[in-house]
Design a protein. Structure first.
Length: 345
């Protein structure tokens, strides 16, 4: 079964073709980062307009790269939510219209389910069940995953997610958008005095008796440091960035290991944009090795939003349910969509 995947939830237009027998055939991605950087963050109306410009050319190039034609597609998967309403409408309306013309089924995909399943695109995919750390955009969650659509929430963020904290802290340090990668790069220039950092920031909820997260207070602590050290030198910026990254990744690592212990599982996957952070991967690799557990990540290009994860999630749902679709090709979007509302195929 050949599935076309369409992702347009925010500021990336992603298209992919996934074959249930041959795997991922081709994918294309256009990022709007440069366009939104001028405004210091995503402008929803501009994002929607750019998706309109990109979705058809990217689909055509993906089909060409895969050596396929429109008539070869068996189903279309698209992101229905959560995300920006206008951006979601572009992908949704394109998917349903194209499917109607081809008389093939569609399947709406939860954006976070796409991230959860992205590590399964790799050559040696993790087997169910596993614990998943989802660190994507406004989400920082720990889930127990027993299969497609079988998700149990173990821990959630109580305020700012890790990705939001990275971006807001980067802004406090005078860095551009997107802030997370810039902050991580800056942290490499910190003076740690042979392992002793210049600053010490709190590790929120690290010793709590649950698996929840809270990063808004950490951001406030950074603001206090910034105000105390005005004007900020480049070295002070780097030293604060280093300690902030250490604090976030230490909390994430500790909670992941607690989740493995509490569930009795020995398999961890990490997905979402913050999952690309090198320091987080370093800490998780070391911690899971000590406990003789396994940790898996998607390749770096599939940590951020992409069409491949949507095509794959749609294909898995269609395959598991053996759906015989009778579409009426009507559609809606779900800008706010709780992952717990999903059901198994």
């Amino acid at each position: 079964m050949l599935v076309l995947g369409i992702e347009s939830s925010c500021d990336e237009t992603g298209i992919a073709l996934y074959d249930t027998d041959q795997g991922l055939l081709a994918h294309a991605l256009h990022s709007q980062v440069e366009m939104h950087a001028e405004y210091g963050g995503v402008v929803p109306e501009l994002a929607s307009r750019d998706h309109i410009r990109r979705v058809l050319p990217l689909t055509e190039s993906t089909l060409k790269n895969a050596g396929k034609m429109l008539q070869d597609i068996d189903a279309i998967a698209y992101t229905q939510g959560p995300g920006l309403s206008g951006a979601l409408l572009v992908g949704t309306s394109f998917a349903e219209s194209l499917a109607f013309s081809l008389k093939i089924p569609t399947i709406s995909v939860h954006h976070l389910e796409g991230h959860l399943l992205a590590p399964l695109l790799e050559d040696n995919p993790p087997a169910f069940p596993f614990v998943a750390l989802l660190v994507s955009g406004g989400h920082t969650q720990l889930m127990r995953v027993d299969g497609v659509g079988q998700y149990e929430l173990l821990g959630d963020t109580l305020d700012d997610a890790a990705g939001e904290a990275f971006d807001k802290t980067a802004k406090l340090l005078g860095l551009g958008y997107p802030g997370g990668p810039a902050l991580s790069k800056l942290a490499q220039h910190a003076n740690t005095n042979h392992g002793t950092p210049r600053f010490k920031l709190p590790r929120p909820l690290i010793n709590s008796h649950d698996l929840n997260f809270s990063f808004s207070g950490l951001k406030t602590s950074v603001l206090t440091l910034v105000n105390q050290h005005q004007p900020l030198s480049s070295q002070t910026q780097a030293d604060i960035a280093y300690e902030f990254q250490e604090a976030v990744t230490e909390v994430l690592t500790k909670k992941c290991m607690s989740a493995l212990r509490e569930t009795g599982l020995d398999n961890l996957i990490v997905s979402g944009g913050v999952g690309a952070n090198a320091k987080l991967r370093e800490k998780l690799n070391a911690a899971t090795k000590r406990k003789m557990c396994k940790v898996s990540y998607p390749r770096l290009e599939f940590c951020t939003d992409n069409g491949a994860m949507i095509a794959f999630a749609g294909a898995m749902r269609l395959k598991a349910a053996e759906i015989q679709h009778e579409n009426n090709y009507s559609f809606s979007v779900k800008p706010r969509w709780n992952l717990s509302e999903l059901q198994a195929p």
